[in-house]
Design a protein around this ligand. Structure first.
Ligand SMILES: [Ca+2]
Ligand SMILES: [Ca+2]
Ligand SMILES: [Ca+2]
Length: 139
């Protein structure tokens, strides 16, 4: 369980090859639906909401990102320095009120999933995920 959380953390926050790989791994048959993807991302990100007010403050974000970074680094996973970088918080906070809400997370992950889902069948498959991975590696 602990390991699964870590993997999700990397998949969510690291702009690295790990993302694509773990996207595929999230589902046993190598297919991830948009709902699975968005539920997973939202649930993971909202773990940062320590005071349970339904939104993530910048301070909560920073704290969570630090925790994730230290955990991932302890596992020796590549790309840990990029995890949870401040830019993502700014990107997610589309109405610029200083908080990230579940709706803002969904607004971000929806188009992202559509980009991964190259043939637009509502699922990201292993081969689609592999393409993302190659694209990420190329930079
Ligand atoms: Ca909060
Ligand atoms: Ca906001
Ligand atoms: Ca697809």
């Amino acid at each position: 369980m602990r390991k699964l959380v870590l993997i999700t953390a990397v998949a969510l926050l690291a702009a690295s090859a790990a993302h694509a790989q773990l996207l595929a791994d999230a589902n046993k048959d190598g297919k991830v639906s948009q709902k699975e993807y968005q539920d997973n991302r939202r649930a993971f990100l909202m773990r940062a909401d320590k005071d349970k007010d339904g939104k993530i403050s910048a301070a909560e974000w920073t704290k969570q990102a630090e925790w994730v970074r230290s955990e991932v680094r302890a596992q020796g996973v590549d790309g840990w320095p990029t995890i949870g970088k401040a830019g993502l918080f700014q990107t997610l906070d589309t109405n610029k009120d200083g908080y990230v809400t579940p709706a803002e997370i969904d607004a971000y992950t929806g188009p992202r999933f559509a980009k991964f889902d190259e043939n637009h069948d509502g699922f990201v498959t292993q081969s689609e995920a592999n393409k993302i991975e190659r694209a990420v590696r190329k930079g």
